[in-house]
Design a protein around this ligand. Structure first.
Ligand code: ADP
Ligand code: MG
Length: 228
């Protein structure tokens, strides 16, 4: 693979993922090729059980593929040692889940500062960055609120800001609007896509909601682990 092909964003080449063995063998991904450029938003659509979450787990270096290679931000994740893979994941990848999974005792602002804390000492620049991200997602006025004082949509907005805190090359969102009504779902997806484009973050958005696909630059469909 050339340096240009993996310079930034995400590249999956010939990725196959199998779970189990023998009678219980499941092929969750079957020869998947996918490239997402910096600032590009790709939506992945497909029915339940088609391999969408498996795709994100492999792209996010949480699971090693059975075959094929994954490169994130120019680094070959599949060839990396487990320690290096963890470091790449922390520094290079942001995740947004179905529910924001915020820590109940922390304010919105502290959810973001925790990310900086985990990476080392919290600097003035980190505080400014957290405040800038909270502003970008429209949460400045509620920066001191804890999760139980926020609506589902607000929690997802904090989750998106948190995922962007470490300036990831890659943002992975697994059905981030599943818990929201249609109107809020559109807002959250528009926000996610806008931030990705502004910040040059390669973004993969998994959704089974056809109404949200318009926010993406490109839509790919997956069925039985195969991409169209
Ligand atoms: P989706 O997110 O599109 O619903 P998944 O990636 O979760 O699909 O699942 C793809 C296939 O892999 C399904 O057949 C599912 O049952 C199977 N699968 C997912 N995770 C595991 C696992 N940890 N062990 C065994 N099979 C799994
Ligand atoms: Mg899933």
């Amino acid at each position: 693979m050339t340096a240009t092909a993996t310079r930034a964003g995400l590249t999956l080449s010939g990725v196959t993922l199998r779970y189990g063995a023998g009678d219980t063998l499941v092929t969750a991904l079957d020869g998947v090729d996918l490239t997402v450029g910096p600032g590009e938003v790709v939506a992945v659509a497909g029915p339940s059980g088609s391999g969408k979450s498996s795709l994100l787990a492999v792209a996010g270096a949480l699971i090693a593929p059975t075959e094929g290679t994954v490169a994130v931000g120019g680094a070959d994740v599949t060839a990396a040692t487990p320690a290096r893979r963890t470091a790449l994941r922390r520094a290079g990848i942001g995740y947004v889940f179905q529910s924001a999974n915020l820590l109940p005792s922390l304010t919105a602002r502290d959810q973001l500062l925790l990310i900086a804390h985990l990476a080392g000492r919290v600097t003035r620049e980190d505080r400014d960055r957290a405040d800038g991200l909270l502003d970008a997602v429209g949460m400045t006025a509620k920066a001191s609120r804890r999760p139980h004082e926020l609506s589902g949509g607000e929690r997802q907005r904090v989750g998106i800001a948190r995922a962007l805190m470490n300036r990831p090359a890659l943002l992975l969102a697994d059905e981030p609007t599943a818990a929201l009504d249609q109107h809020r779902a559109r807002d959250v997806v528009a926000l996610l896509a806008g931030q990705a484009r502004d910040r040059g973050t390669a973004t993969v958005l998994v959704t089974h909601d056809e109404g949200l696909l318009g926010a993406a630059d490109r839509v790919v469909r997956i069925r039985d682990g195969r991409m169209n």
